[in-house]
Design a binder for this molecule. Structure first.
Ligand code: BGC
Length: 367
């Protein structure tokens, strides 16, 4: 797809994200999908903020990051409880850890969810540092929340929790660790946190990185969780936007190859081989993550193909879905999910953001 052919989708994506942003700064994951409506995830939101920031928006991502900071600060008491309990060697139970998603008003909401995921607390720190550096925003406006978040992550990064896909709470997921490494490095490196806390953040990031490289690698690539040899497409983020794995390394090359070989059909990327959600389709946002990983290693031709595939999943109205039908891994499960939650989430703001992010990356490279 030429730059000109892509332009309307990029415009729609930017417009959709900024117009659907809540006045308080939260980005809804999807405005229409039954199970997501009314909620904002730190994970989705951080990548959405980074996507529109890379496309030139300043106010919208700043407002989202202000919202994150407000949510974190309003959880000061539970965070301090988590930190104190961990320091005393008696970690709080999972139910007392911070939620994964919040209502637009920053509350917990009335619906049950697969709460306790740590990755979003790393990604918002990372997104804050990226946005501040990109647009010269003074990062100190998020300092109080940054300090609380760093303390929370340092106290708890070794704990098992649900992954990006809100599954397997009993495992320590390598993508989650990667998000934590990225967040801690970003917080310390950007001056969001300073002094001994910055030193501790650097040390925590390197300790988590050691766990990734010593226990989260098989056949030369990073793995879905510690102790398996399976791969998960979310791992592309560690090479791509998060920059946790050195792009020129053998680890990056082997990880990209494993995702290409095990999880990619045409340019479409599955989450993981055992996926049954909506029949286990391919996710445009994951094509973009893989594209970003390729772009960082210098393979912009492959990155462009993956961007094209993702862009072609748009509906005639220019809306991007969470996943697409066709070549399903587990077709029998599809109707079960449609009956439960309705058709696949469309639009999914995270999908739009990732198309923006990869397009911006490729534009920068060609500039
Ligand atoms: C995905 C999550 C995502 C959420 C909202 C879930 O189905 O597994 O990764 O954060 O949807 O988009």
């Amino acid at each position: 797809m030429t730059t000109t052919a892509l332009a309307p989708l990029l415009e729609t994506s930017r417009e959709l994200i900024t117009s659907l942003q809540d006045p308080g700064g939260a980005y809804p994951a999807s405005p229409t999908f039954s199970a997501y409506r009314g909620y904002c995830w730190f994970r989705d939101g951080a990548f959405i903020a980074d996507g529109v920031s890379s496309a030139g928006e300043v106010t919208s991502p700043s407002a989202f990051l202000d919202w994150c900071a407000g949510v974190v600060e309003s959880h000061r008491t539970p965070i301090e409880r988590v930190v104190a309990a961990a320091a005393a060697g008696e970690p709080v139970p999972q139910e007392q850890m911070l939620p994964t998603r919040f209502t637009m008003a920053g509350g917990p909401g009335a619906d049950e969810w697969w709460d306790f995921q740590l990755d979003g607390y790393g990604t918002w720190l990372w997104a804050a540092a990226e946005h501040a550096a990109r647009h010269g925003v003074d990062i100190s406006r998020w300092r109080t929340a940054g300090e609380l978040t760093v303390d929370y992550l340092l106290s708890s990064w070794q704990r098992p929790c649900y992954d990006w896909w809100e599954e397997h709470a009993e495992q320590v997921h390598v993508s989650t660790l990667g998000c934590i490494v990225a967040g801690l490095r970003a917080a310390a490196g950007s001056g969001l946190v300073t002094g001994t806390r910055a030193d501790a953040a650097h040390a925590g990031a390197e300790a988590a990185m050691d766990v990734i490289t010593s226990r989260g690698v098989a056949h030369g690539h990073v793995t879905k969780w510690l102790g398996t040899d399976a791969v998960d497409a979310s791992l592309a983020a560690l090479v791509g936007p998060l920059g946790v794995i050195e792009p020129a390394s053998e680890l990056a090359a082997a990880t990209i190859t494993a995702i290409e070989e095990q999880l990619c059909t045409d340019g479409g990327v599955y989450r993981f081989r055992a996926d049954t959600f909506y029949g286990g389709g391919r996710w445009p946002l994951l094509s973009c993550f893989l594209g970003l990983a390729h772009a960082r290693t210098g393979n912009s031709a492959r990155a462009g193909e993956l961007l094209d595939w993702a862009a072609r999943t748009a509906t005639t109205d220019g809306l991007l879905p969470e996943q697409v039908d066709g070549h399903l891994l587990a077709p029998h499960y599809r109707s079960e999910w449609i009956d439960r939650w309705g058709p696949v989430a469309t639009p999914l703001l995270w999908s739009h953001a990732m198309v923006l992010r990869l397009a911006a990356e490729l534009k920068e490279e060609n500039a």
